[in-house]
Design a protein around this ligand. Sequence first.
Ligand code: ADP
Ligand code: MG
Length: 618
Amino acid sequence: MAKEDQKFAIGIDLGTTYSCVAVWLEQHSRVEIIHNQQGNKTTPSFVAFTDKHRFIGDAAKNQTVTNPENTVFDAKRLIGRKFSDPIIQKEKMLWPFKVVAGVNDKPMIVVKYKGQEKSLCAEEISSMVLMQMREVAEAYLETPVKNVVVTVPAYFNDSQRKATKDAGAIAGLNVMRIINEPTAAAIAYGLDKKTNCVGERNVFIFDLGGGTFDVSLLTIKDKVFQVKATAGNTHLGGEDFDNEMVNYFVKEFNSKNKVDISGDPRALRRLRTACEKAKRILSYDITTDIELDALFKGFDFCFSISRAKFEGINMELFEQCMETVERCFTYAKMDKSIVDDVVLVGGSSRIPKVQELLRDFFDGKDLCKSINPDEAIAYGAAVQAALLNEGMKNVPKLELLDVTSLSLGEVTKSDIMSVVIPRNTTIPVSKTKEFVTTRDNQSEVLIGVYEGERARASDNNLLGSFVLSGVPPAPRGHPVYVCFVIDSNGMLSVSAEEKTTGNKNEIIITNDKERLSPEEIMRMIQEAEKFQAEDKKFLRKSKAINSLDMYVYKMNNALEKKDIISKLGLLTREMINLEIKMGTKLLDGKNEHDEAYVYEDYLKELESFYENTIGKIG
Ligand code: ADP
Ligand code: MG
């Protein structure tokens, strides 16, 4: 890749189970999905901690079975929620890692890292995943990456969006914009371009991922992307299909070998990994084999599975998906026939049976699947990022206008929610509403800001509150003006003003107590840098050890060639043997030295010694 002078824009799909990064390259006027170091286009949203290291992505996911308590995933389910949130209370039972209540009811993940207990919030875990995605992009572009667009589900509320933005800040990124995942997918397909000025396009987004299932009905009109309805299942996705396959094979294996494998977590984990692989193969092949040597008590695992069998064991789950699709149209009070485009998103929507059921549901309509479904969101995010980069040439013309996902308002007398900005209002937006004092000579007004659709404010979600003081003595009914402003990220600030005195007060919900303070973010940025430095040190040491190991191996091989040895003098031969022995000893005791330079220096010494006595190793 050509480097400094190239212009690019980055989009990141921060997923519950997998994340994906895409780049818009000005030079080529197109989006590319970037492979990670393992050659995969999606990276597990996993972070793991051990006595010595921190792992992110594939490396973290791969060691889950040996280190379950310290392998963290699902940060997206935690982010922007309170510990007491019933969803967290329920999820907590399923996580192998520990989650406790922190200050202000913030959920904290507790892990053991380098022998010490460490508490991390969801933003920090997500920031580590984002940092990994940033590194993936930087390795490909060979230049630093700073500005990004990050996506969130359409139903994410204000605090979940803000917390996601904070995660970006901790990762040292400038999150230019947070956009809705279904919107990003629609952008990826350029569906906005298909509407003319008067026309309206109805787009159905079907997102079946690793652990969650979300469908959304969007309309695109006059550049505005409006979410008409969403429906979903927070626990339905690829992992469930893997589990069904595991359960099936456990039975088969047990009855074939007259054993019970179900109590062996390591064997089950191996089987689950193999099942996920097989499931992916069955999306393009009609049968596949799974072979695992000595899976349990010395018995090998050796079975075939056909696509038809896989579909059979998951049929109930697939049908559940279709029920959710139906529900979305009930919510929207619309008929499915109004849909112009059906877009497949999420890795699990690659499953042929799922596509077939969906096509049938829409009476044989063609599905949009020319972009890989697990890459569509990052793709759209990169296009959006390009649009936000001033001066970027050849970007497809698009002016994206999102809408608010929830109504925002203020609590008034008797706990009534007085809506200031109704849901589905195009953003950015600013609205002022008059409120009045309820008592004579009331000198202070408490402004409580809520989001949600319920009539009673306390049934909605309290975003924050503040006091406007210095209201002059007056009979009840004295006006104060409350102004709600939502910026283009869907983030809210609220101010209140008493006009006769000009007294003003404001909350940017940024300072809401659930949110990280600027000081906390600063501290986390510093910690993140420390983490990264430690990771780098570890990588440098591993690289140095590998290089030394490789050199010693090559030296041994070269020396085995008789003609080289016989030409050497006795002394040289002995010295070479001594050098190799020392190298081997250093490699054997690799846990004794922490510093990479010990290995790097020795390698240099070995190379120069060998080259001076024999010549370069080929
Ligand atoms: P997320 O839900 O985190 O956004 P993805 O959309 O990337 O993640 O979906 C990940 C899921 O997709 C995983 O369960 C993975 O096994 C599944 N998946 C990926 N590729 C395929 C495929 N070819 N066939 C079936 N499932 C797949
Ligand atoms: Mg996703």
